[in-house]
Design a protein around this ligand. Structure first.
Ligand SMILES: Nc1nc2c(ncn2[C@@H]2O[C@H](COP(=O)(O)OP(=O)(O)OP(=O)(O)O)[C@@H](O)[C@H]2O)c(=O)[nH]1
Ligand SMILES: [Mg+2]
Length: 468
């Protein structure tokens, strides 16, 4: 299933790039792919490589092809098109891991005819040559960027074709219906027989159910990769830094009984049910602070706007007339009200200080104590549900893992809904056919099966690192 080469671009030309991170390490890998990779490798590696057979590491000397100077004593391996990562002839040099060695090796590759690859260009070629679909290519990026164990598992599942298989199943069930409807367009004077309408409707509903359940997991799928930001805000002394430290599991922020302790914003990332969640501790909000604190409060307010969710902390037992004022400013931001220090409250008493939750943006009211740990599990659960749409690590269902995938699935669902509606209303068959074709092409675009815009590909592969 090789795809049409994009116009104008010399997509088979020889490219090279370091595949390992810059810096010192035991090994650094330089990759070379494209037309003439094996011949170039012969010039660089003294003709030893091809004798070894594909996929076999050989020890030898990498030399500059013009000066013949030795660059490194290293291992090399090659694969032949189309059975390689890129689908092209591909060579790797496993060098001693110093940036200077890598630089010299790249220069030698350049002298042998390679140009420096663009970010993601190896995987882009793998996609263009049909070695991976586009969802799998995105999974490659997600796997190399995974920040949590759950993120790793989800990316690997997608790379191994979890989402792709599910979509192909849904697609093939639908193609038959689309073809029958298409054929019926040729006989506009004849109505589709009733049993056939019911059958088509059943097929469309099944597909819609399948696509919807993929969409339902997309919030979590994206959160696993993209992560989220939660800001701890509230009046001075409300207990923000204490909660920050408790969620982090270490004493990162300074805590004192004095209001105005935190002057600057502090952030740290935790693994919340698999979601890399960046917590931001902020300077307590108050109206007439001294100079340094004022700067800190300015930053607090900026942070509020950048967060997915705000935890607005209120000292449960100490009525604070200004809390309501600061809370009013949150009206448009998604947030929780968190009553703190509940251990200081007499048993079963209602909080002394209560706020009236903003309608629509308040995701819930919680009561916690970092001293007794009361309410902390509930807080984590509520946060995870807010960010990822689920409470648990949950389900084995494949999930859409990027905004691009989610958007395409939504288009597919819209098309299927329209098709179902038109079938129910016995609308002209052409209309249903158009809806279904739209839905199918949206499903295809998740996997990049139809010819995609270069811009879309540029956007996808721009997120890759060099050499991937
Ligand atoms: N008993 C009790 N005390 C708490 C609890 N949480 C915080 N405190 C105390 O409340 C005081 C203020 O806590 P911080 O975490 O520094 O409050 P903050 O909101 O970060 O304050 P600023 O940085 O000044 O805005 C400290 O003396 C904490 O020990 C709690 O759950 N129970
Ligand atoms: Mg603080």
């Amino acid at each position: 299933m090789a795809r049409a080469l994009p116009s104008g671009a010399g997509r088979e030309d020889l490219i090279a790039a370091p595949a390992t991170a810059p810096g010192r390490a035991a090994i650094a890998i330089v990759r070379m792919s494209g037309k003439g990779a094996l011949q170039a490798a012969d010039r660089l590696f003294g003709g030893m490589l091809q004798g070894a057979g594909p996929g076999r590491l050989v020890l030898g000397t990498l030399r500059h092809p013009e000066t013949r100077g030795a660059v490194d004593s290293c291992l090399a391996v090659h694969w032949r098109a189309p059975r390689s990562y890129t689908g092209e002839d591909l060579v790797e040099f496993h060098l001693h891991g110093s940036p200077v060695v890598v630089e010299a090796a790249l220069e030698a590759c350049g002298a042998a005819g390679a140009r420096l690859a663009e970010a993601g260009e190896f995987t882009r070629r793998a996609y263009l040559n049909g070695r991976l679909d586009l969802a799998q290519a995105e999974a490659v990026a997600h796997l190399t960027q995974a920040r949590t164990e759950a993120g790793r598992r989800a990316a690997l599942a997608q790379l191994r074709g979890g989402l792709s298989r599910r979509l192909m199943e849904l697609r093939s069930a639908l193609v038959k219906t689309a073809a029958e409807l298409e054929a019926a367009i040729d006989y506009p004077e004849e109505d589709i027989p009733e049993p056939a309408v019911e059958r088509h409707l059943g097929a469309v509903r099944d597909a819609l159910k399948g696509v919807s359940s993929l969409l339902a997991t997309s919030r979590r799928g994206r959160a696993l990769h993209e992560g989220a930001r939660a800001v701890l805000a509230g009046r001075p002394n409300a207990g923000k830094s204490s909660l920050f430290n408790t969620l982090l599991g270490r004493e990162r922020a300074i805590v004192t009984p004095h209001p105005g302790t935190t002057r600057d914003t502090l952030e740290a990332t935790i693994d919340l049910g698999g979601v890399p969640l960046t917590l931001v501790d902020t300077a307590g909000l108050r109206p007439d602070p001294e100079e340094i604190e004022a700067l800190g409060i300015g930053r607090s307010r900026e942070e509020l706007l950048a967060a997915q969710v705000v935890l607005f902390l209120v000292d449960a037992m100490r009525p604070d007339p200004h809390a309501a004022e600061e809370y009013a400013a949150l009206a448009t931001l998604r947030h929780f009200i968190v009553y703190t220090k509940t251990d200081l409250a007499p048993a079963d008493s209602a909080p002394q200080a209560t706020l009236r939750p903003h309608e629509g943006t308040c995701a819930g009211e919680l009561r916690i104590s970092v001293k007794t740990r009361e309410g902390l599990d509930a807080l984590e659960t509520a946060l995870l549900r807010e960010i990822a749409g689920t409470e648990s690590e949950g389900g084995s269902l494949p999930a859409a893992a990027s905004a691009r995938q989610e958007e395409a699935l939504r288009r597919a669902a819209d098309g299927l809904e329209a098709a179902a509606r038109n079938l129910r209303e016995r609308a002209p068959v052409e209309l249903v056919s158009v809806d279904l074709t739209g839905a199918l092409s949206a499903m295809d675009s998740v996997l990049g099966l139809d010819s995609l815009d270069e811009d879309v590909l540029d956007a996808v592969f721009a997120t890759f690192c060099l050499g991937k």
